[in-house]
Design a protein around this ligand. Sequence first.
Ligand code: C2E
Ligand code: MG
Ligand code: MG
Ligand code: MG
Length: 291
Amino acid sequence: ERASHSPKHIALYTPGGDEEHLREIQLIRDLSEAIRNRQLHLNYQPKVTMDTGSVVGVEALVRWHHPELGFISPEEFIPLAESSGQTLLLTELVMAMAAEDLRYWQSEGLDLKLAINLSALDLTNPGLPEKVQYYFQHLEGEMHRLTFEVTESAVMRDTGVALRTLENLRALGVTLSVDDFGTGHSSLAQLRQLPVQELKIDKSFVLNMDTEEQDQLIVKSTIDLAHGLQLRVCAEGIENHASWRMLRQWGCEQAQGFFMGRPMPAADLPDWAIRYEQWAREQGLSISGDT
Ligand code: C2E
Ligand code: MG
Ligand code: MG
Ligand code: MG
C-alpha cells in the first residue's frame, strides 16, 4: 500500500508535523470567525462549600463546537488564540456572555459568584481592568462576587507586568485565584507576593486521591500551606465521595468536581442547585456544619 503512494503524497502525509499544522491553521482561521459570530458558548461548573454544602458560585468554561470538526477542547484552542493574537477578543466575549448569564440567574433568584479564567497573555494587557469594569458595571459595589483565575505559570512568565495587572484588578475589588496550583514552578516566596485570596489545587492531585497515598499527602500539605498563607482553598476534580470526605476533613473550604456537578449550560443551573442542596441536606451538611 505504502509503496503505491506517489512521493508527493507521502510528503504531504508524513506522520506528525504537517497534518497537525494544517489543523492549527484551520482552527486559528475559524476561531476568529467563531469569536466574531459568537459561535462559542459557556458552560458553568458549580463551586460549593464543604462545610455547609451550599452553592457558592460557578466557573465559566468556554466551549466551541466546530461545524465540521465537532467539539474542540479549550486546552487546544486557548493556546491557539494566544499564538494568533486573539486572546483579548476571546476574553472579552467570555466576559460579555458571562455577564448576561449572571443577570439571568439573578432574575431566577440565584445570587451566584462567578469565576472567569484568564490566559497568560491577558495579564500582559494593561487595558484589562478597564474592560472588566465595562462588562460588569451592573455588579457595582459587589465586585467581590467576581473571581479571576490565573495559573501560576501565567504569573511567573512575566512577573512585573502580570503583577501590576493583578494589582489593578484587585483594586477593583474582585477576587483573585491561583488555578492549577502544584503544576507550575512558583516558589513559595513568589506565591506570598501575589495579591490573591484563593488557591485551587490542580485536579491531577485530586482525581485519584481516594486511593493514592502520595496524592493525599500532596493535597493535605497544600491545604495546610494555603491556610498558612491565609488563602482559601478550592479543590478541583473531585469524582467520588471518598475524596470529598477527605477534603472536608482536612478543612478544604470549597470544591468542584464531577461528583457534585459537571459543567452545564446556564439554564440548567437553577434546577441543579435545588437538587444539590437537597443532597447536601441528606448528608447532614446544612447550616451548622458538623464534624
Ligand atoms: P481549569 O480552569 O483548571 O478548569 C477545570 C477543568 O477541569 C475543566 O476542563 C473542567 O471541566 C475539568 N474538571 C472539573 N471537575 C472535574 C472532575 O471531577 N474530573 C475531571 N476529569 N475533570 C474535571 P475544561 O472545561 O476542558 O477546561 C480546561 C481548561 O481550559 C481550563 O482549566 C482552563 O485553563 C481553560 N479554559 C476553559 N475556559 C476558559 C476561558 O474562558 N478562558 C481561558 N483563558 N481559559 C479557559
Ligand atoms: Mg479555572
Ligand atoms: Mg484548574
Ligand atoms: Mg486546568
